[in-house]
Design a protein around this ligand. Structure first.
Ligand code: GRF
Length: 189
């Protein structure tokens, strides 16, 4: 058996996708190891989740760096120290610059709660509901310098539950947890 693929999960918020990935690993469904959780929000709930699993956290405040390049360079150093091979964005609310993209070419993926190219950017679920679509969904894609613009890897449709944003959100998040694991199973092979 080959060694598990070393990944870092980047998150700025709740971290439910991080948890789904970690649980898939623990169930033996994903041959990977989360070496590091990286966050730009030291108070985010993902930090608590990571601690619960005993996974190291790198929490850096971008404002404490002179530039985005310096911020990302500090992240790259930490990733290299623990041999990270792939970067998995899961609710990381920052664009990735050329510095990090060059360090991990074709090795950074993201999940977005819509059927891209529809509804990129913030509050994709709200955008979809506002637009009145009946079906929205989830997209896993490679990351480039744009906002949710990289090549699409996997998609799944989710029906909008009319008049119930909370239920729609729940259905989308459930689908995210399934789709991200499936996509990573293929990518990390
Ligand atoms: C997810 O909806 C993901 O698609 C988006 O941000 C949200 C993160 O949720 N990019 P969580 O922090 O993984 O719970």
């Amino acid at each position: 058996m080959t060694a598990p693929v070393k990944i870092a999960v980047f998150a700025s918020g709740s971290g439910s996708n991080f948890q789904a990935i970690q649980e898939a690993i623990e169930r033996g469904e994903l041959h990977a190891k989360v070496e590091l959780v990286v966050t730009d929000k030291p108070a985010a709930f993902v930090v608590t989740r990571a601690e619960k699993f005993g996974i190291p956290v790198l929490a850096l405040n971008p404002k404490e760096f002179a530039s985005k390049a310096d911020y990302e360079t500090a992240i790259i150093e930490a990733l290299r120290e623990c041999g990270v091979q792939w970067i998995v964005l899961a609710g990381y609310m920052r664009l990735i610059s050329e510095v990090l993209l060059a360090a991990y070419p074709q090795r950074i993926v993201n999940i977005h709660p819509s059927l891209l190219p529809s509804f990129p950017g913030k509050d994709a679920i709200g955008q979809a509901i506002e637009h009145g679509v009946k079906v929205t969904g989830v997209t896993v894609h490679f990351v480039d310098e744009g906002m949710d613009t990289g090549p699409i890897i996997a998609q799944a449709a989710v029906a909008v539950i009319e008049g119930d944003r909370e239920a729609t959100e729940m259905a989308i998040h459930q689908q995210e947890h399934v789709l991200y694991t499936k996509a990573l199973q293929q990518l990390l092979k």
